[in-house]
Design a protein around this ligand. Structure first.
Ligand code: ADP
Ligand code: MG
Length: 339
């Protein structure tokens, strides 16, 4: 009989890390979410070689107390969830307490953090998840996390990485989604020394769209605003006149979180039925807001999948809000002449 025994915690960490940290873009996503959860109003991201050799995120959020720095990197250590009941209504982007542990397990990390109002900050270096000493350091309020040499100790995962440019594009995608999900936060991305995105953080979705997706896309949009019951739908959709584009620019945000959802895609496309050229699709940047307790975000560790309690209501809210807008913009068909 083979002996059954518990995995060495280090191996368990590496396995768990593989689920959360798939590629540089997943590191960027987790760290950006932490920055938002920390209440940052400005976040800057810098990557080199698609984020594989270097990925640094700086925020001006609440910071972490020096004594808590090592704790933040423990698995299942979080400040965002206390009781099982809290799972029913998650108000933060993170809650699993896994990201920092997972990232640190497969890279070399330096963290610098200073709590708001504190005199000094502290730093900590971790190598493959193993922490060094916490050192008092002068640094601005907020947190900077620098992740180097991702997957240096997991060559099997390293082999799956695409070219730097493809990994960098995926990072850009994640930063773009975050910038559009929170127009009140100024988000900056520097790729190999070049600034590729910088949103003003003025709270206007239109300015974030303009800065993140470009002038041409922004000018071809119609503002949408509507609701169905307690589900509100706000944002922009592409003008049907433009004939349509690819599905790549269908961006949905549910309660401030970027999501991929066939249900939402179908609701949008159904509203454009017979209004676009064959094989073309509408684009959108739509924020859907609904009571927290009616959405489950705990479906997948990467959290881009959501489950709605009432799918029909969500479908209808999006579908009719968009459809009514498109119909209102069209000249009514001439009435048949009465005999
Ligand atoms: P989670 O976000 O699910 O709580 P993480 O592993 O991502 O788990 O982070 C662990 C904890 O570290 C967080 O709960 C938070 O208290 C702290 N933390 C992480 N990043 C930051 C940050 N940028 N600013 C302030 N605190 C942070
Ligand atoms: Mg987190």
């Amino acid at each position: 009989m083979p002996t059954i025994q518990c995995l060495d915690p280090h191996i368990a960490d590496l396995i768990a890390a593989g689920e959360v940290v798939e590629r540089p873009a997943s590191v960027a996503k987790e760290l950006l979410e932490n920055a938002l959860d920390a209440g940052a109003s400005a976040i800057s991201v810098e990557v080199q070689h698609g984020g594989l050799t270097y990925l640094r995120i700086t925020d001006n959020g609440c910071g972490i107390a020096p004594g808590q720095l090592p704790t933040a990197f423990l698995r299942h250590a979080t400040s965002k969830l206390r009781r099982a009941e809290d799972l029913a209504a998650i108000g933060t982007l993170g809650f699993r307490g896994e990201a920092l542990a997972a990232i640190a397990a497969v890279s070399r990390v330096d963290i610098f953090s200073r709590e708001r109002g504190a005199d000094r900050g502290a730093s900590l270096h971790l190598e493959g998840g193993v922490p060094g000493e916490v050192t008092e350091t002068g640094c601005p309020e907020g947190t900077t996390i620098c992740v180097r040499d991702l997957f240096f100790n997991t060559p099997a995962r390293m082999k799956f990485m695409k070219k730097d440019s493809a990994e960098g594009t995926a990072v850009t995608g994640v930063v773009t989604h975050l910038a559009l999900s929170h127009p009140e936060v100024s988000v900056k991305l520097i790729r190999d020394g070049v600034e590729v995105l910088h949103t003003p953080g003025d709270g206007q979705l239109r300015s974030a769209v303009y800065a993140a997706l470009g002038r041409d896309f922004a000018l071809g949009l119609l503002p949408v605003s509507g609701c169905g019951g307690d589900i509100s739908v706000e944002g922009f959709v592409t003008k049907p006149l433009n004939g349509g584009g690819t599905r790549a620019r269908q961006l949905f945000f549910v309660n401030g979180r970027f999501v991929r959802s066939q249900l939402l895609t179908a609701a949008l496309e159904e509203a454009y039925r017979n209004r676009l050229l064959k094989g073309k699709f509408p684009g959108c940047v739509l924020h859907i807001t609904l009571p927290k307790s009616t959405v489950d975000v705990n479906v997948h560790p990467a959290k881009t999948v959501v489950k709605f309690q009432n799918e029909r209501a969500v479908f209808d809210a999006v579908h009719y809000t968009v459809k009514d807008l498109l119909t209102a913009g069209e000249t009514p068909a001439p009435k048949p002449v009465q005999q």
